[in-house]
Write a protein that binds this ligand. Structure first.
Ligand SMILES: [Zn+2]
Ligand SMILES: [Zn+2]
Length: 216
């Protein structure tokens, strides 16, 4: 019989590279995202009140953008980078973490919890510089840095909240009501019968409510 324990053992044996170190993974992902966040904060100068509204716009836009990325390329084949993202997420992440056991066992399991480092490196070295280039043709420096700050800090929040959604149910961090609520939301998403249709939000439940994909 194929149990989730067998799936996890097989994944650890066959997919996690022998040289994989969770601290290096954390250092790359969080190092890049935290460094960019601090850098963009430091670039802000003499901000006027309405420029802060960019952060609100980015947090709304980020919620919808991540919802669409999760609902489509991560859960359906045939989209941009579909084979890669579908395999990493819908196949590997979802078969490793199922509703009955949403928590990781070992530090090495971080390999399948956090985004692959190449995605975060691509975000930091390609996507953000390209966005900077385009935005700086259209907007003033504070607006540009606010947008980049919003994009980077939303990604950081995604990594953090998704990680906390794979903690054991009795973990102290889940005493924070919002984290516990997102933990439950994501746990439902890890039900194989529901994962393709419901609960795609990770940071907060806006798009699932807006687009009718909220399953309690
Ligand atoms: Zn998913
Ligand atoms: Zn997950």
């Amino acid at each position: 019989m194929i149990t989730n324990d067998n799936v996890r053992k097989k994944f650890r044996d066959n997919e996690i590279p022998k040289l994989y170190h969770p601290l290096v993974h954390i250092f790359i992902n969080f190092g890049i995202l935290i460094a960019l966040t601090i850098f963009f904060i430091l670039k802000l100068e003499n901000v006027v009140w309405y420029e802060w509204l960019w952060l609100l716009v980015l947090f709304l836009f980020g919620n919808i953008a991540v919802f669409l990325i999760h609902k489509y390329p991560l859960h359906k084949k045939g989209f941009f980078l579909g084979a890669y993202s579908f395999k990493k997420h819908a196949i590997q992440h979802h078969s490793f973490f199922q509703k009955d056991k949403p928590e990781f066992d070992y530090w090495k399991d971080f390999y399948i919890v956090f985004f692959p480092p190449e995605v975060v490196i691509g975000f930091g070295l390609v996507f953000i510089p390209a966005l900077y280039f385009i935005l700086s043709l259209l907007l003033g420096p504070n607006s540009v840095y606010m947008i980049l700050l919003g994009a980077t800090s939303y990604f950081l929040l995604y990594e953090f909240v998704h990680f906390s959604s794979h903690l054991p149910e009795n973990h102290w961090a889940l005493k924070i009501p919002h984290l516990k609520s997102m933990w439950e939301h994501h746990r439902t998403h890890h039900d194989p019968k529901l994962m393709g249709d419901y609960n795609f939000n990770i940071v907060y439940k806006l798009s699932d409510r807006l687009f009718g994909t909220y399953y309690k």
